[in-house]
Every structure is written in structure tokens, then in C-alpha cells.
Design a protein around this ligand. Structure first.
Ligand code: LMR
Length: 330
């Protein structure tokens, strides 16, 4: 009898201690991404970690995994849905299986500049898209800029005909595939982690990226020319697993939301600077030539790629495309 009671007591104490230990454990938030730390997204993830751990001490621990070190492109979305990772920030080109409307951001020559992108993302359509995947278990927390994309290759690309027959790496996006087909180039889908090697070995001859991705992945060492085309956008949607997010204690979720908003402002304020810094570093490295288009040359690229809009208009929605165009004029 005594033995049983002692045993029961010991057991109760153990469970009790375990309970206390559990209650004291911080909530672990894994934030995984595919780029280097000194890029807009890499810096944003680190700032989120810093502010979350400062303002929710002991309650939250944020683990940041850069450079595809936890999950690469192909796997990160699946991992988020399984709650194996709690925050990711894929480029807007990587959502086509979850929302056809988000393909809008890949349309070539849609936005005149990053300020227009900003207005569109903050406007009603941008906000609608942010919330458009809740039924799939994905909650959008914000848009982070990287910036406008530049074309790169081992030959000079000044007019659409220069791209003919070249193999270009594209992200997993049907719109981007069509964009290169429109200039009679050959698109090849490839995950971000494989691009440098793909370019180095000649599996692909060219790519499209903002300067920060080109420099941080050393692509300028294996591409002789960059054309400052600003022909498309590479931005991110920061997303979380809806069930995980809604299951957080209210005070933690409210604070994390406020922090995310603050980080979003910071990332979007500095993304241009980081790209400009990396453009200067590419120039200083002297391994690639940056070329600029005349207005006539740029118009030729725009005309050649224009049919892509029509192809995706039904999936994206004509009204949404109109709203994006209006953001250029405000
Ligand atoms: C790419 O695959 O080129 C980009 O989406 C990588 C990134 O996250 O910036």
C-alpha cells in the first residue's frame, strides 16, 4: 500500500515537473528560406528573430535556416503545410499551385517601378491575394520586396532576338516559362540552389534575378553580361501555417503580427539599397558587363513578351491586371 502510494506520488511529481518544464518551453518557430543572409529576405528573417526574441523573451524562439539549409524550393511549401517549418517567404513566382491569381506578379513589364508594386500590394487586390490561401491552410503575413529582375547570359542581350535559342533558368512558374518562350528562348525550371552550377556547367545559358541574388550566389562569375532590363518582379509573400498561427496564444500572435509588420516596413525600405550595393559589388568584381537598354530596345522586349498577359488573363483576372496597371499611374 505504502509502496503504491509512494510510486503514485513519484509519478505525480514527475508529471508535474514535466508540466512545468513544458509550460516554460518557448514556442519554436522555424523560418526557412533559400537565399543568403545579406539579401533583403535574409536580413528580414534575422530581424524578425531578433525582435521576436527581444519582445517575447522565453516565450518564443526563432530558428532561421538560410540558403536552402533546411528546405529548398521544391520542399518548403509542403514542409509548411506539414508544420515542419512555421514561416517561409517564397518568391511570388512559387504559388501557382495554391493561387492562380498570384501569378499576376510574374507578368513581364507589369510594374514600372517598385513604388508601383508597393501601392498595388498595399491596395485592395494585393491584400485580397494575401488572404487568398486561407482555405488551403496558408496565411499570408506580408509582402517583402527583393526587387526588379535583370537578365543575364554569356552573350549580350540587347534585343529579344539575342535570347533566341538560349536556355534560361526559370523559377517554377508557368508565366515565366511563357515569358521566355515568347522571345523564342528555352525555359528550364530549376531550384534556386542549383542555379549557379547550372550556369557554370552550361545546363542553362542565362537567368533572371535581382542584383542581390546574382551577387550573393556569385552568378556574375559565370555570366559575362547582365542587361539592366527591370522586366519583371521578384518579391516574396511571407506565409505561415494557418493552424499553427491560429493556435498561438492570443498575446503571442498579436505581438508577432506587430513585429512582422515592423519588419516588413524595414525590409521594403532597404531592399533597393541592398540591390544597389550588390550592383556596385558586381561592377567592382569586374567579371561581368552591365548593359543598359535604350527606350527603343526596352520597348522591343515589352512588345515581344506582351502576349503572355493575354495567355494568363483568364486565370489571373482582367480586373486584377487593370488594378496593377493603375498602380503605375498613381
Ligand atoms: C529564385 O528561385 O530565383 C528566387 O525565388 C530565390 C529567392 O528566394 O529570392
Amino acid at each position: 500500500m505504502l509502496k503504491t502510494t509512494v510510486k503514485a506520488l513519484a509519478c505525480a511529481v514527475t508529471i508535474g515537473l514535466a508540466g512545468i518544464a513544458t509550460a516554460a518551453e518557448p514556442i519554436v518557430i522555424k523560418f526557412s528560406h533559400v537565399v543568403a543572409e545579406h539579401t533583403p529576405k535574409g536580413q528580414g528573417a534575422l530581424l524578425f528573430k531578433k525582435l521576436a526574441e527581444e519582445r517575447l523573451p522565453g516565450k518564443v524562439k526563432v530558428e532561421v535556416y538560410p540558403n536552402s539549409s533546411l528546405f529548398g524550393d521544391g520542399k518548403e511549401m509542403e514542409a509548411l503545410l506539414m508544420n515542419d517549418v512555421q514561416i517561409i517567404a517564397p518568391s511570388l513566382a512559387k504559388f501557382e499551385h495554391y493561387s492562380k491569381a498570384i501569378q499576376i506578379f510574374d507578368l513581364p513589364f507589369l510594374f514600372d517601378d517598385i513604388e508601383a508594386v508597393d501601392r498595388f500590394q498595399k491596395g485592395p487586390v494585393g491584400q485580397e491575394l494575401l488572404a487568398s490561401m486561407e482555405d488551403k491552410g496558408i496565411t499570408g503575413l506580408g509582402y517583402w520586396h527583393n526587387g526588379l529582375k535583370q537578365l543575364s547570359a554569356n552573350k549580350s542581350l540587347l534585343e529579344p532576338k539575342d535570347a533566341r535559342g538560349l536556355k534560361f533558368r526559370v523559377q517554377a512558374s508557368a508565366v515565366l516559362e511563357e515569358q521566355f518562350k515568347a522571345v523564342r528562348a528555352v525555359p528550364r525550371k530549376m531550384s534556386f540552389a542549383e542555379v549557379y552550377q547550372g550556369l557554370q556547367t552550361g545546363v542553362v545559358n542565362g537567368a533572371e534575378n535581382p542584383y542581390s541574388n546574382i551577387y550573393s550566389q556569385k552568378m556574375h562569375e559565370v555570366q559575362k553580361f547582365i542587361t539592366e532590363s527591370n522586366h519583371g518582379l521578384l518579391d516574396y509573400m511571407v506565409i505561415t501555417n494557418t493552424k499553427f498561427w491560429n493556435g498561438l496564444p492570443d498575446d503571442v500572435r498579436t505581438e508577432l503580427r506587430a513585429i512582422m509588420d515592423e519588419v516588413t516596413v524595414d525590409v521594403n525600405k532597404h531592399a533597393n539599397e541592398l540591390n544597389e550595393r550588390d550592383k556596385q559589388s558586381i561592377l567592382a568584381a569586374g567579371k561581368t558587363e552591365i548593359q543598359y537598354l535604350t527606350p527603343e530596345q526596352r520597348q522591343k522586349w515589352r512588345d515581344a513578351m506582351a502576349p503572355v498577359w493575354k495567355k494568363f488573363e483568364a486565370e489571373i483576372g482582367a480586373e486584377r491586371i487593370k488594378a496593377a496597371q493603375e498602380a503605375n499611374q498613381q
